[in-house]
Design a binder for this molecule. Structure first.
Ligand code: NBP
Length: 486
């Protein structure tokens, strides 16, 4: 299809919504790009729409595509995540040479990326698994890009990826793209981003329920969310929520009132929670967000339950105010991000990735769905102390969470009393109260475990690491179950 004789700077496979927009972004930044798509008609149609100053070159076969690229080749994949990525890599491999660079920009599971990174390294091919966040608009105008994998490939693709990424910072000139780490770490960080995104959305959905119960119309909520977007809650999701509340259908009905309340999900929230659980990290707000989407999808069952199951007699919210709900949103977000960064820190240690948490917070300040003013605060906290044990221990966050927790507590109490489900808020509050309780109730759990399974326990009056067993019922012996752990 192309008549250009020089080779292209880079190539991209997969011309659906993300691929097309990323190519246009690359072309606008002065890169010549060869493109290939399984369905050739899509390639033809796309290339025909490129303007004269966008150097986009269509190819019809993988062979033609690979031959169109400068060496070492830089090939971005934006195909459907899963086995399609493996299929496309298998098609490419016979035509690639040592040192070529393959960049998977899709939402691949990080363990798949780790496997592909290792398999391609054996053949001398460098592999980068890179999360790209920001959807269609981000891909076109500047996404947040989270690349990880073959470190020696980074200097060769850095300029290109940073050129097309979003920019943030005081002068809007700091790229929201930096090296994440080895193996599957880039896709891991993108997965955690998506998990946090689930949490942020649920936190706002619960604010919508509470604000509705306080008697606010969608138009009034548009004003409230817009107000929130001018202060500490300033973020892309609050901004679009204000716009959604203001939008009306053709007949003037608020759009929010005509949309079925059954949420979809593609799996990254679930993956996040599974990974957090495997690490032993309680990323519970996101777990509740995933669960809430699941409950929402039981549309018919919920209708039946609404007929059978009783709520409280009073549905009033007492003296709950809009300001309390704003505090609930803020406190829940602080706790959710603290949980997310606990997971990142643990995953980094477990996998020896050396993640730079301040750099990750900076990368999320622009282009991506969770971009928000307070990511600056997170970056500053990890800038002050890279080994911060917990985000909530940073002086800024200590003050911020202590000041907003009363509003969260009041919102959870009021919602529980009125029978309004606020799983993310309740989970955040429960985590907060558990986290700040120096002596909790797990002594009973340990006693129970020792009673029925001889799992042993530690004592307050003995050093940590010394294990004891009691013959609780007088029917057991001294044998313990030291090797058994759940
Ligand atoms: P899709 O995820 O819908 O994938 C469509 C692309 O995959 C098309 O180019 C299609 O070619 C190609 N493809 C398929 Br399907 N099967 C193929 C096969 N067997 N061999 C070769 N190509 C095949 O596209 P998308 O929504 O642009 O997303 C691309 C990636 O970016 C995904 O991993 C996605 O999860 C991720 N992502 C998407 C968004 C978003 O907002 N959409 C945001 C962030 C990340 P065809 O034209 O021939 O069918």
């Amino acid at each position: 299809m192309s008549s250009t004789t020089s080779t292209a700077d880079a190539g991209l496979i997969g011309l659906a919504v993300m691929g097309q927009n990323l190519v246009l972004n690359l072309a606008d930044n002065g890169y010549s790009i060869a493109v290939y798509n399984r369905t050739t008609a899509t390639t033809e149609e796309f290339v025909a729409r490129a303007t004269d100053d966008q150097d986009v070159r269509g190819t019809e076969t993988i062979e033609e595509f690979v031959a169109a690229l400068s060496r070492p080749r830089k090939i971005i994949l934006l195909v459907k995540a899963g086995e399609v990525v493996d299929k496309v890599i298998d098609q490419l491999l016979p035509h690639l040479e040592a040192d070529d660079i393959v960049i998977d920009g899709g939402n691949s599971l990080f363990t798949d990326t780790q496997r592909r990174f290792e398999a391609l390294a054996e053949q001398g091919i460098r592999y980068i698994g890179s999360g790209v966040s920001g959807g269609e608009e981000g891909a076109r105008n500047g996404p947040s890009i989270m690349p990880g994998g073959s470190a020696d490939a980074w200097p060769e693709v850095r300029d290109m990826l940073q050129a097309i990424s979003a920019k943030a910072g005081p002068n809007d000139d700091e790229p929201c793209c930096d090296w994440i780490g080895p193996g599957g770490s880039g896709h891991y960080v993108k997965m955690i981003h998506n998990g946090i995104e689930y949490g942020d959305m649920q936190v706002l959905a619960e604010a919508y329920l509470a604000l509705s119960a306080l008697g606010n119309s969608p138009a009034e909520m548009a004003t409230i969310f817009d107000g929130w977007n001018q202060g500490r809650l300033r973020s892309y999701l609050v901004e679009i929520t204000a716009e959604i509340m203001a939008a009306t259908d053709d007949d003037g009905t608020p759009m929010i009132d005509v949309i079925l309340d059954a949420a979809g999900q593609k799996g990254t929230g679930k993956w996040t929670v599974i990974s957090a659980m495997q690490l032993g990290q309680p990323m519970m707000l996101v777990a509740e967000a995933v669960g809430a989407r699941m409950v929402s999808s039981f549309v018919d069952v919920r209708k039946r339950a609404a007929e059978l199951l009783l709520g409280p007699e009073s549905v009033g919210l007492g003296d709950l105010s809009v300001a309390d709900v704003a505090d609930a949103v803020y406190a829940a977000k602080l706790i959710s991000y603290a949980q997310g960064f606990m997971v990142l820190a643990d995953a980094s240690a477990e996998n020896e990735w050396g993640l730079d948490l301040a750099s990750i917070a900076r990368m999320w300040r622009g282009g991506c769905i969770i971009r928000a003013a307070f990511l600056d605060d997170i970056a500053e906290a990890y800038g002050r102390d890279a080994n911060l044990v917990n985000l909530l221990f940073d002086p800024f966050f200590v003050d911020a969470v202590n000041a907003s927790i009363p509003g969260l507590r009041k919102t959870v109490l009021a919602a529980a009393g009125a029978g309004i489900p606020v799983p993310a808020y309740a989970s955040a509050l429960t985590f907060f109260d558990g986290f700040r309780t120096a002596r909790g109730s797990a002594n009973l759990i340990q006693a129970q475990r020792d009673y029925f399974g001889a799992h042993t326990y530690e004592r307050l009056d003995k050093p940590r690491g010394e294990w004891f067993h009691t013959d609780w019922a007088g029917t057991g012996g001294a044998a313990t179950s030291g090797s058994y752990s759940a």
